[in-house]
Design a binder for this molecule. Structure first.
Ligand SMILES: Cc1ncc(COP(=O)(O)O)c(C=O)c1O
Length: 366
């Protein structure tokens, strides 16, 4: 049995939608993109959604907009976890800000106490990451931000559809970034991303900057970029969005079975869930002592796994070259050698999950 780590949702309806866009002859920022933005804003529970080329682009445009509004400047600090995908830090660095990396707690999300300790007079914002689709402790982080007058941008790249106390991530702070990269819970069969916000001024700036600072067809009143969105991807995204909650339910069902089958297995640590959270399990990440051995064994059995991420952001050469005095992050530095992402996607079935668990048990018994 061959089991992939992740698998995008593909149907004939999606293929037909792609062909319909091709026949329609409008390929960039047209009716499909406009509808996708409206539908995604409604699903997230937020006033504005602006599509862009990917998460990195959307958040970079957001940073530039904050600069124009005087809410971010050269040398400012933004607090973020190091246990995340490398791109999480990039838009802020390109915008002239310095990331301040903090440790995570047992849910793999940024430890609120560590965030509070990292605040300096230069801190202007926080980037909490809903890593693996598990919401951060939103209320505690919002309380810290409010007390220190900081903004929050949520990294929702792995968490589309997740809820915190019944409210969707991406709707509870100043702004958020989403990614539609092919492995994500919602994908568009290519790169893609978006930002969401209730702040109209911010949304309008991002919207303008993504399209050459264009006010109307022949007037450019800002120096912008081409970081627009394609109609084919929007048509795919609209169908994926319609199915997102059902597919996320499928992920949660699979995780319930993983928990049932691996709960008592000695040597396997399962990720806890904060009671106020409804995760969407972009990844289901266990910890074991002999991670590399288990990964190799599973690969021989046809089970594809991943490591997200083997090198923490603060330990990456690009970051080490940029900053001195990078603090040690004990939890992050320990788990990078222990974590293993098991196969998970909306349509994974019980037989596949059971097979993965049986293989894990076989390895640990040997
Ligand atoms: C947590 C996180 N943040 C940011 C990104 C960057 O997203 P994109 O590839 O769409 O720029 C990713 C995807 O790799 C991610 O997983």
């Amino acid at each position: 049995m061959k089991i992939p780590l992740s698998k995008p949702y593909v149907t004939q309806e999606i293929k037909d939608a792609v062909l319909r866009v091709i026949d329609g002859g409008n390929f960039i920022l047209g009716k499909e993109s406009e509808a996708f933005e409206k539908e995604m804003a409604a699903h997230t529970g937020v006033k504005n959604c602006v599509l862009s080329a990917n998460w990195t682009a959307a958040v970079y445009l957001l940073c530039l907009s904050l600069k124009k509004l005087g809410r971010l400047k050269e040398g400012d600090e933004v607090i973020m976890p190091s246990h995340t995908a490398f791109p999480s830090c990039e838009p802020f660095i390109h915008a002239g800000a310095a990331p301040k990396f903090v440790d995570v707690d047992e849910t793999y999300t940024a430890d609120p106490a560590a965030i509070e300790r990292a605040i300096t007079p230069k801190t202007v914002g926080i980037l909490p990451v809903h890593i693996y689709g598990h919401p951060v402790d939103v209320d505690r982080i919002k309380a810290i931000a409010a007390a220190h007058k900081l903004w929050i941008i949520e990294d929702c790249a792995q968490a589309q559809g997740a809820k915190y106390k019944g409210t969707r991530v991406g709707s509870m702070t100043m702004a958020a970034g989403f990614s539609f990269f092919p492995s994500k819970n919602l994908t568009v069969f290519g790169d893609g991303g978006a930002m969401t916000t209730n702040d109209d001024e911010l949304a309008n700036l991002v919207r303008k900057l993504r399209n050459h600072g264009r006010r109307d067809k022949n007037t450019n009143d800002m120096i912008g970029f081409n970081l627009r969105f394609n109609e084919i991807n929007a048509a795919v995204g609209r169908i994926q969005l319609r199915e997102l909650d059902r597919l996320n339910d499928g992920r949660r069902k699979a995780v319930a079975l993983y928990r049932q089958l691996l709960g008592d297995v000695k040597g396997v640590t399962l990720p806890p869930v904060r009671p106020d959270s409804e995760p969407v399990y972009h990844m289901f990440v266990i910890q074991v002592d002999n991670r590399d051995g288990l990964q190799k064994f599973l690969s021989e059995k046809g089970v594809n796994t991943g490591i997200h991420y083997p090198v923490a952001v603060h330990q990456q050469p690009a970051i080490q070259a940029l900053y001195k005095d990078i603090p040690k992050l004990p939890v992050t530095e320990r788990i990078v050698n222990r974590i293993l992402s098991l196969p998970i996607y909306g349509e994974i079935n019980a037989e596949q999950v059971t097979h993965v668990c049986n293989c894990i048990k076989e390895f640990l018994k040997a």
